[in-house]
Design a binder for this molecule. Structure first.
Ligand code: ADP
Ligand code: MG
Length: 563
């Protein structure tokens, strides 16, 4: 049975499978390899996922959600119409759509998957991702770090040994990893990253800059107009280098404002973000203790690395051009599919071994007697960038007389004070009463290949052991809650597969209509009316013909703005 590899992205998701000795990317119901990670509900609560949902972001902003991966592992609930969804549930809806596409493509049931996550994802976020898979009816055999997946795709594609620096900038996150591929072993030396730095931040900065110049606040725009402005800035970002100056017509509520953008404005607007992206690169190099000159190849992954400004910054840093000969949009899915092939024990792959690292420090709190007002000190147990799987023990003692219980709080982070780190959960042990400092407890942290943490406490004097897998993260569900959530999701029916392409065209035309004016708007209205008429006619071959024409016209309409 096939195990699929999934890149569940903030912006786009993709999946693939290892077949006949190579990666096969799986096209979705529209024939695309990328499925936008966007979920929308139609008027009759029919579920719309992917490109059609993305097109609905402007007009149906209250019924459409995007970029939810950024909130993975939190208690955030998104409201769509009258329904509420957790981030894991929204992710499950995307995964389910990919699963169905894979089943249609492979002609068999798919129940197992490898899902990639940003290396910098913490324990809560990893658990939430696993839960999403489970809610979608997939057993998640392995979570693989996205840069590791990308490096696997590069390493195996080229069969070239060496040390790679992988830079992955997608819609919401930036991940940096240093990996070495040598003698069939893929070893991760270091990972670093920024969970709040991606293509959308560039767009946000552009929107803010425009509004600042027009002396307007975000709150002064209606959600629709704000969304439309965001879409315009997204397009501008992608085309900024293509010509000297770009003339835009902005719809600012009831007014239309002419506005000119050039490369200088763009660079000024995003310079802080570009600077911020240097930090994780430097940290990864420091942690791996590898000098720049020993990096054999810099590999670009993720849609935002198409940005000319980013490429030239990297080029300057390394004094050479980075590699990007695999499609940056699908390379992570390819790597996840390779890992899936390894798990399915496909023959061509049996000689690859993967070692990964824990990307952040895990520890616990200890009493701070120097300056109690600053809160407890952080005692690191597993240092960041330790190779996983790994297991470390540190001993702590009771901190006051007649203490009966020793509570171990589990923290993740790099700060000296626990308060500034992330609390992942706690475990407690009962200890015999006695003088302060007499009773000791061994704290063992074990970190597995999926990046999940287990904590054991052993009371030295009694030998009693307390054990816990840390997953009291926000959003964790009990068995019955899981069942309920699954049922709720199953009750939502996907928009019929065969009508999906028509829906995508309608939604796209509606979006272009909304963001156009005058003649262009009338033209799109005519196009929409004709397509709707054809759809009512219910003649499949005519629908197909009309759809193909409409796609071509819409394509030209959107392109002409930029050339
Ligand atoms: P994720 O891994 O977060 O799902 P992707 O790797 O699919 O993200 O990248 C999505 C991001 O890439 C978006 O923010 C998008 O704006 C950006 N992007 C895509 N194409 C381009 C381009 N040609 N120029 C600049 N940014 C781009
Ligand atoms: Mg990605």
């Amino acid at each position: 049975m096939a195990v699929i590899g999934i890149d569940l992205g903030t912006t786009n998701s993709a999946c693939g499978v290892w077949k006949d000795g190579q990666v096969e990317l799986i096209p979705n119901r529209l024939g695309d390899y990328l499925t936008p990670s966007v979920v929308s509900l139609g008027d009759k609560n029919e579920l719309i996922v992917g490109k059609s949902a993305r097109e609905r972001l402007v007009k149906y902003s209250a019924r459409t959600v995007a970029a939810f991966k950024r909130l993975m592992g939190t208690n955030h609930k998104a409201r769509i119409g009258k329904m509420e969804f957790t981030v894991a549930e929204l992710s499950a809806l995307v995964l389910k759509s990919l699963k169905e596409d894979a089943e249609a493509h492979l002609g068999e049931a798919v129940t197992e998957a490898v899902i990639s996550v940003p290396a910098y994802f913490n324990d809560n976020q990893r658990h939430a991702t696993k839960l999403a898979g489970e809610l979608a009816g997939l057993t998640v055999n392995r979570l693989i770090n996205e840069p590791t997946a990308a490096a696997m795709a590069y390493g195996l594609q080229d069969k070239s040994e060496g040390t790679y620096l992988i830079l992955d900038m997608g819609g919401g996150t930036f991940d940096v990893s240093i990996l070495e591929f040598f003698d069939g072993v893929m070893e991760v030396h270091a990972s670093a990253g920024d969970n709040f730095l991606g293509g959308e931040d560039f767009v946000d900065a552009m929107v803010d800059s425009v509004l600042r110049e027009l002396e307007l606040g975000r709150e002064q725009l209606s959600p629709q107009h704000l969304q439309a402005l965001t879409v315009q800035m997204e397009m501008l970002k992608r085309h900024i280098g293509s010509k000297e100056e770009h003339q835009l017509e902005l719809q600012i509520d009831e007014k239309t404002v002419s506005w000119t953008a050039n490369q200088t404005w763009f660079l000024k607007t995003v310079s802080t973000l570009l600077l911020r992206s240097k930090r994780p690169i430097e940290q990864a190099l420091r942690d791996a203790n590898i000098p720049l000159r020993e990096i054999d190849d810099v590999v670009l992954v993720g849609g935002s690395t198409r940005l000319g400004a980013f490429r030239s910054m990297v080029g300057k840093m390394f004094g050479r051009l980075p590699s990007c000969h695999l499609d940056p949009d699908t390379v992570v899915a390819m790597g996840a599919a390779i890992q899936a092939g390894l798990i399915a024990r496909d023959e061509g792959l049996e000689d690859v071994v993967l070692t990964d690292v824990c990307p952040y420090t895990l520890g616990t709190g200890i009493v701070n007697r120097d300056a109690p007002e600053k809160g407890n000190y952080f005692l690191p147990i597993i240092e960041r960038n330790t190779v996983v799987p790994t297991s470390y023990v540190k001993q702590v003692c009771t901190s006051y007389d007649d203490q009966e219980e020793l509570l171990v709080q589990v923290y993740q982070g790099e700060s000296r004070y626990v308060e500034k780190n992330i609390l992942l959960g706690d475990v407690s042990a009962r200890v015999p009463k006695g003088k302060e400092g007499v009773e000791a407890v061994d704290i063992r942290y074990s970190y597995d290949m999926n990046g999940l943490l287990e904590v054991d406490l052993k009371v030295v004097s009694t030998g009693k052991v307390y054990n816990k897998v840390i997953h009291n993260s926000p959003g964790t569900l009990s068995e019955s809650e899981r069942k309920k959530s699954k049922e709720r999701l199953a009750a939502l029916k996907y928009h019929p597969r065969d009508k999906e392409e028509n829906l995508a065209v309608l939604a796209r035309a509606e979006r272009i209509y909304e963001t156009s004016l005058g003649e262009r708007r009338d033209f799109v209205a005519g196009l929409l009316a004709e397509f709707e008429r054809t759809l009512e006619g219910q003649n499949p071959s005519e629908i197909e013909k009309c759809r193909a024409q409409a796609i071509e016209i819409l394509e030209n309409l959107e392109n002409e703005e930029w050339h």
